[in-house]
Design a protein around this ligand. Structure first.
Ligand code: XIL
Length: 365
């Protein structure tokens, strides 16, 4: 552990010295917490992040675990140095109607992060999915859509300026063949591909210090999709557009081979001058009536280990975020039939072999 990490560690220590103590007096069984902390092991080399549950496939709830579940809160505080609201900053959640911004869910995450000395990744300002029905089914003119988008970026990024360090400004704009999702993505369809550059300019105006990312899945390896990002980013940079990061989501499955060129692929984006990150890691496994097999959980651990190692191999890879704390919160079973158990902690929030594997990687680095 480098000496320069001492300040951070002290801060971490101050926050997690008594992870069992809850502000409302609810005690957490500290025996349920791991002895090791990913955030402490990673020190200042790497932010270890987690998506904080809220909205999305679980629906909007009055009480989310980040405010209501003491063990969830204790683990998120103890283990992670970066938080991403899983859905709370997406259009459908934030914009119940055209006039309203509902910041409650995102505020809860950002407040928690501040109380626990954690960074925040903002996800996401433009995505073809999660467009509210009032907009997708509405009859707005292109000018009105452009005004709405500009207002959205300015309001949301502006509200969290200085508190949200990185933004996934555009999410999943290419399909797997490397074509822009021009039909599927309302924003690109109505406003043209130039809106991508505008998004970065608007976000930068609202918070000049935020690092502004493109983010996608199936871009772990070189191939048509990540090549499309490479060309896009290179061209944007040549035009002086303030793009600053390349986010690789990292949704993996043990049923596919592990992508062996992750580090190499991240490095070519780093060579453009970008910060790079693993932003949504999970590794899904087949789940039958008896749950996941031990063999698959061991293979899952190996995939997590290799993904983290790939990030650590690249100096510009400064964060590694998992897409949810425990298997009860994961989006995987709602989307991938017969698969699940994709996260570091199980349904009861007990650590899995994948957690131990990440501890080992961090201890060795
Ligand atoms: C998912 C959430 O986890 C679900 O709760 C929600 O219902 C749909 O979105 N890529 C992304 C994330 O960029 O925003 C997605 O999150 C998972 C895939």
């Amino acid at each position: 552990m480098a000496v320069v990490a001492a300040g951070l560690l002290l801060a971490v220590g101050a926050c997690t010295a008594d992870p069992g103590a809850e502000a409302d007096g609810t005690a957490v069984d500290t025996a349920a917490l791991p002895d090791q902390s990913l955030r402490e092991l990673a020190g200042d080399r790497l932010a270890v992040g987690v998506a904080v549950s809220g909205g999305g496939h679980r629906g909007k709830r009055a009480q989310e675990p980040i405010t209501a579940d003491p063990l969830y809160r204790a683990l998120v505080g103890q283990q992670f140095s970066s938080l991403t609201p899983e859905n709370q900053l997406k259009w459908t959640y934030l914009r119940p109607d055209e006039q309203t911004f509902d910041f409650d869910g995102a505020d809860a995450v950002v407040d928690f992060a501040e109380e626990h000395g954690q960074r925040v990744r903002g996800h996401t300002l433009m995505w073809h999915s999660n467009v509210p029905a009032w907009l997708e089914g509405g009859d707005h003119s292109a000018d009105q859509i452009r005004d709405l988008l500009h207002e959205h970026v300015t309001t949301v990024v502006g509200r969290y300026a200085g508190r949200i360090e990185q933004w996934d400004v555009v999410n999943e704009v290419f399909d797997d063949a490397g074509n822009l999702r021009s039909a599927e993505n309302l924003w690109i369809r109505e406003l043209g591909p130039e809106v991508i550059a505008d998004m970065f300019r608007w976000a930068h105006e609202a918070d000049p210090d935020a690092v502004l990312f493109v983010n996608d899945y199936n871009v772990e390896s070189a191939g048509p999709k990540s090549d499309a990002y490479y060309d896009l980013v290179r061209d944007l940079l040549a035009e002086g557009v303030p793009v600053g990061g390349f986010g690789v989501q990292g949704h993996l499955s043990v049923e596919y081979r592990f992508p062996t060129d992750v580090a190499e692929n991240l490095q070519r984006f780093a060579d453009l001058g970008l910060t790079v990150a693993i932003t949504e890691a999970d590794v899904r496994v087949p789940v039958g009536a008896d749950g996941p097999s031990d063999a698959d959980l061991a293979l899952q651990a190996e995939y997590y280990e290799r993904l983290l190692e790939a990030c650590l191999d690249v100096e510009a890879c400064t964060s590694f975020t998992v897409w949810g704390l425990g298997d009860a919160y994961s989006w995987v079973p709602s989307v991938f039939d017969g698969e699940g158990a994709a996260l570091l902690f199980d349904e009861e929030l007990a650590p899995k072999p994948a957690f131990d594997a990440l501890v080992e990687v961090l201890e060795a680095n």
